[in-house]
Design a protein around this ligand. Structure first.
Ligand code: NAD
Length: 214
């Protein structure tokens, strides 16, 4: 696979969401200007991102919405379902299991794992909870590709190694720590507390709001 900048991949995901909205609105054609405005980037950026993968539009006539949407799904690897597991069925793992819309995006929740014997054997949010020792067997049986890592930070590296050992190649890491994985395995960090800290940085110059109850 060619080395495509991560930021480009992120923007392709945004363009795909915009194209899906356009298709839902039965709009047949679009342009780099429209995609740029919706994605809050420049039209030049849109054309540059798409140019990594070929020519999709016609000068003056823009892009066919269904064709470009189909091409972006193909480029992003979204033409097949991906089987997903959750590692750590605490508060966050259970909330993710309860989210009803993964399958709408072809991400299919197949299994979950926890080290707490009190959780093993339960069925939470539509998914069975297995012991960590069963991971190799369950990942193989359900052809699981991707895992949500929702264990405490201090357990994250070891838990990630169990996932990788079982054959998982994509980890969405919710634990607030860096995990090291071998090449060929991809980690996407998700950290909303880091987002809150960035907001605090931007807001710190603004006048403080009166705190209710203080
Ligand atoms: P929690 O304590 O409620 O749940 C953690 C679960 O992981 C428990 O069920 C525990 O038994 C299990 N566990 C512990 N070690 C394990 C191991 N080695 N293998 C398998 N399972 C194991 O915690 P939580 O509130 O659900 O948070 C989970 C993680 O997500 C934490 O790292 C937390 O900091 C993080 N978090 C991230 C975000 C975010 O936005 N990224 C938000 C909230 C929490």
């Amino acid at each position: 696979m060619r080395n495509i900048p991560t930021a480009t991949v992120s923007r392709l995901v945004t363009y795909l969401r915009i194209l899906t909205d356009l298709e839902d609105a039965e709009i047949k054609r679009t342009s780099s200007d429209v995609l740029a405005e919706e994605a809050q980037v420049s039209a030049f950026q849109v054309r540059k991102d798409l140019a990594y993968f070929g020519r999709f539009g016609t000068r003056g006539a823009g892009y066919s919405v269904p064709t470009l949407r189909r091409e972006l799904r193909r480029i992003l690897g979204l033409t097949r379902p991906w089987n997903v597991a959750i590692m750590g069925m605490g508060r966050l793992g259970q909330a993710l299991a309860d989210y009803p819309n993964f399958d709408q995006y072809d991400f299919l929740l197949k299994a979950s794992f926890d080290s707490d014997p009190a959780k093993v054997g339960r069925h939470i949010g539509g998914v069975d909870v297995y012991a960590v020792d069963e991971i190799d067997e369950r990942v193989a049986a359900s052809s699981i590709d991707i895992a949500f890592l929702t264990v405490p930070a201090q357990a994250a590296q070891e838990a990630a190694e169990r996932l990788v050992g079982a054959g998982i190649r994509g980890i969405l890491n919710f634990a607030p720590t860096v995990i090291n994985v071998p090449s060929g395995v991809f980690v996407e960090p998700v950290d909303f507390v880091a987002g809150l800290k960035r907001l605090a940085y931007y807001l710190q110059g603004a006048p403080a709001k009166e705190r209710v109850g203080s």
